[in-house]
Design a protein around this ligand. Structure first.
Ligand SMILES: [Zn+2]
Ligand SMILES: [Zn+2]
Length: 222
């Protein structure tokens, strides 16, 4: 991107370091598309075309990420060297607790295809975590637990209960059948990056009614 190039004129006068871009909040970074913001979460769908980089942007909260593509990126914190090339895998989940200062960095797509990730910032860290754990925890931070359901065709999760609000995200296309304890079921086709915020107590099973493997991720507030 042009933003990063140091023109010969600028270089001659002041050098590259002085033309460094001022960091922006994550929701103002042009590759981070805000798809949901409420009192609890800021959800962005990040899309970085090959060869492009984000602006330097600042994360101020506990976060989690769900990868939607296979790719290779580099990461660079402000005033630090650029990282080694790091593979990002579809379906990979990460969670981090913000410790102390906000994180300011940029991400560069050095792979051959688009880089896509759902990034979730948790805006309210609980003073005390809820004891109500719905399922095996695949990843967690101080604000949320993450449940990962990889469902073969015809497979279903155990029945489980969400006592706390949660965000459900599809990693790929799934014929998702959700069944309540009374047997009432609904099936929807969900696609990569589709999500839904649920702010009520829910008991359900998740099943794959399709013919290909599906992955559904639930991020539940602690
Ligand atoms: Zn970032
Ligand atoms: Zn669930």
């Amino acid at each position: 991107m042009k933003t990063y190039s140091c023109g010969a004129f600028v270089l001659a006068l002041a050098g590259c370091a002085f033309s460094q871009q001022a960091p922006v909040p994550v929701e103002a970074e042009p590759h981070h598309h805000v798809v949901l913001k409420n009192d609890f979460v800021l959800v962005t769908h990040v899309v970085i075309p090959p060869g492009e980089a984000t602006l330097y942007h600042t994360h101020s909260y506990d976060r989690a990420a769900v990868h939607l593509t296979n790719n290779v990126v580099t990461l660079q914190q402000l005033n630090q060297p650029e990282s080694e090339q790091t593979p990002a895998k579809i379906g990979e989940i990460s969670a981090s607790t913000r410790k102390g200062d906000p994180l300011t960095h940029r991400v560069r797509n050095v792979g051959p295809g688009p880089f896509e990730v759902i990034d979730v910032e948790f805006l309210q860290r609980p003073a005390q975590a809820s004891a109500a754990v719905a399922a095996p925890v695949a990843a967690e931070n101080a604000s949320a637990r993450i449940y990962n359901w990889v469902l073969a065709p015809g497979a279903s999760s155990p029945q489980h209960t969400h006592q706390r609000p949660y965000l459900i995200i599809a990693v790929n296309t799934v014929q998702l059948k959700m069944t309540a304890p009374d047997g009432k079921a609904s099936t929807h086709e969900v696609k990569a990056g589709d999500f839904h915020w649920v702010d009520s107590t829910v008991t359900h099973t998740l099943a794959n009614d399709g013919t290909t493997e599906g992955q559904i991720v639930e991020l539940e507030l602690k």
